[in-house]
Design a protein around this ligand. Sequence first.
Ligand SMILES: Nc1ncnc2c1ncn2[C@@H]1O[C@H](COP(=O)(O)OP(=O)(O)OP(=O)(O)O)[C@@H](O)[C@H]1O
Ligand SMILES: [Mg+2]
Length: 475
Amino acid sequence: MSEFATAAAPEAAPAVPVRVLIVDDEPEKLGYVRALLEAHACTVEVEPNGSQALARVKRDPVPDLVLLDLMMPGQDGIATLGKLRRARPALRVVMLSNLNDTRKAVEAAQLGAADYLTKPLKEADLKSLLGQAALAGSASGAAPAAPETDGEDTRYVMVSPAMQRVRAEALRVAPIDVPVLILGESGTGKEVVARLIHRHSRRADGPFVKVNCAALPGELLESELFGYEAGAFTGAVRAKPGKFELGENGTILLDEIGEMPPALQAKLLHVLQDGAYSRLGSRKTLKADVRVLSATNIDVQRAIGGGRFRADLYYRLNAFTLQLPPLRERQEEIPLLLRQFMIRFAESYSRPILPITQAMHEACLRHPWPGNLREMENFVKRYLILGDEAQAIAELEQHAAALAATAPAAPAAPVARPPRDLKSLVKGLKGEAEAEAIAQALRESRGVRKQAAQALGISYKALLYKIRMYGLEPE
Ligand SMILES: Nc1ncnc2c1ncn2[C@@H]1O[C@H](COP(=O)(O)OP(=O)(O)OP(=O)(O)O)[C@@H](O)[C@H]1O
Ligand SMILES: [Mg+2]
């Protein structure tokens, strides 16, 4: 059974033969795997131990895929993995084990193993591996080790199934000029998704403006949104355009819409209905050519029930709704996020990158993250400043304990849960690399998919499938 089962593309069989090296101290038991591999047009070599395997990978041609037994006498699979990857950093190594050992699986993932499978191997697992090896093989030269920071879209981690769904839905609705309501706890990335929609809309060249509806009292918020003429109220010395004007031909994000005072909700509803509004103190009607996105972390249905939010406005705003999952429901993204935040903040603080050890990964997987990604950003900043891993972890644990003590029975309160199975964790890491390789190939082929499929060494059909799976459709 595959410990880290991956969704096999419909046509995972590689176009070019894949060179597979098996490292196993009991080669006589490999007949079945070998036969399977050869049936899939692979060339198969076998080495009986770690040191011979190391000598082999130092020679050309480098194998496309190494199947490495975990339990070997002498130098075991983990030790061998480290050496192989040091010798050939781009080498794809899949660990094979008789046991489903989560700790070993994490260790292997941290050392850069591409997968961790339990014996006996299933044909479907092998097929999926071969498809990935072919894909990675042709893209390995291009795949960056660190997350890309220039392409806005690839800067963000969206590899869990839940976030891939959000991303795909956001990209689907982006070109359609309808309001979108983005829901999610604080710090889950609502603004990031709003910007993603804007960038993929036909308004992408226009402005993106944001208004925080919770930051200002009613009248000020009104003037902020619609602008005012000189003398409209005391202190209005000079005329000022509102965000609706500034957002002309672009997108406006009404952040924390749930906090908007009721009187202003009524006015906003009118603007959305007629597309017309005026600056305060002016009779001139202005036309709002702005796409309205809104975001909130409150339970809107409850606010409607409690009379704090207008149902008619709600229906106007949520032609389409996106719900962002909290971080505790996408734990597989935690390792990637930690790494990305570390790189980002180390750079902006001009500090050396600190190691993210297994202990830190485990602490982060245990933590409930009520403040979601924003809380994690602060955690990484704090770790960078403290420079002390043990202290950073201790603080995190104290925080979790304090939370548990103050809200023991509330069902909605985040509860520390054991880390989700590592299957999805490693799947997330793989998905990220694969999605990135595909995005890169599409960029290089300027969106010509046939050409990208060729460059990646996968079939056109498999590419279409993966483009859909990762939500990489162009706008
Ligand atoms: N998918 C992601 N990958 C990496 N970083 C992200 C991702 N989503 C959000 N972030 C970062 O996390 C922080 C919070 O994101 P954002 O401001 O979009 O969340 P929010 O839901 O609007 O939060 P709030 O409720 O606090 O306004 C930001 O600094 C953002 O850059
Ligand atoms: Mg926000």
